[in-house]
Design a protein around this ligand. Sequence first.
Ligand SMILES: Nc1ncnc2c1ncn2[C@@H]1O[C@H](COP(=O)(O)OP(=O)(O)OP(=O)(O)O)[C@@H](O)[C@H]1O
Ligand SMILES: [Mg+2]
Length: 236
Amino acid sequence: MIETKGLTKYFGSFAALRDVSIALHPGRLTGIIGPNGSGKSTLIKCLLGLVRPSDGLVLHNGRLPDTGGSYRAHIGYMPQRATFPGDLTGREVLALVSKLRSEKPHRMDSLIDLFDLHRDLNKRVRTLSGGTRQKLSAVVAGMYDPTLLILDEPTAGLDTGASKVFKGYVSEQLKQGCAVLMTTHIISDLEEMADDIVLLVDGTVSYAGSVRELKLTTDRPLLEAAVAEILQQGAA
Ligand SMILES: Nc1ncnc2c1ncn2[C@@H]1O[C@H](COP(=O)(O)OP(=O)(O)OP(=O)(O)O)[C@@H](O)[C@H]1O
Ligand SMILES: [Mg+2]
């Protein structure tokens, strides 16, 4: 299990995260939602060790993650904007990732098949369409069979068919016990997939818990209405 305890991040005097404590459980999808600039990507970067918290902790199975990289090796990450070297082809990007990791990918070929990427892998990354770049990013995130999958707005830019394929892939990972964290502004995706919700407002957790409990406590059967209710209560 991955947890954060009292995570706080200042950029100068601006608090992007304040006292954020959440837990990500195996086999469950946690949706992080919140307005633009509420701290979702910053929280993700703290989990990945890409941003150093000003205060608080990230714990992996109750312990501080090691600095040697074995914690990171468990994580598959799809950033909000993938920045692959533009002059490389997709195939070269995948080869580079494998080389950096010095380990053969466990399931690269099946993901290339799944996202129907064979032809596009021969094109330079900078010439790829936004959605195709997202698919390449999904292959990079999944090719080492992670136990934690972190997805920052993964379906933004995917067409309907690709989005469905992607959600099928995530469901399969969940069934295998992978913990999934996903940010999105597409609430219907979370209605379909999320077990737990973290609602961030101005860097602070307004709600963290199961979708079921959220709907019960707000007496709203639909996630969108339940979230609106919490936001309204916060504003009152
Ligand atoms: N490196 C940085 N330096 C200064 N401020 C930053 C930095 N990174 C993020 N911020 C600020 O922290 C706040 C949270 O940003 P973040 O990217 O985490 O938001 P978000 O919830 O992911 O938003 P979106 O829905 O637009 O993706 C924003 O006000 C942003 O400008
Ligand atoms: Mg973001």
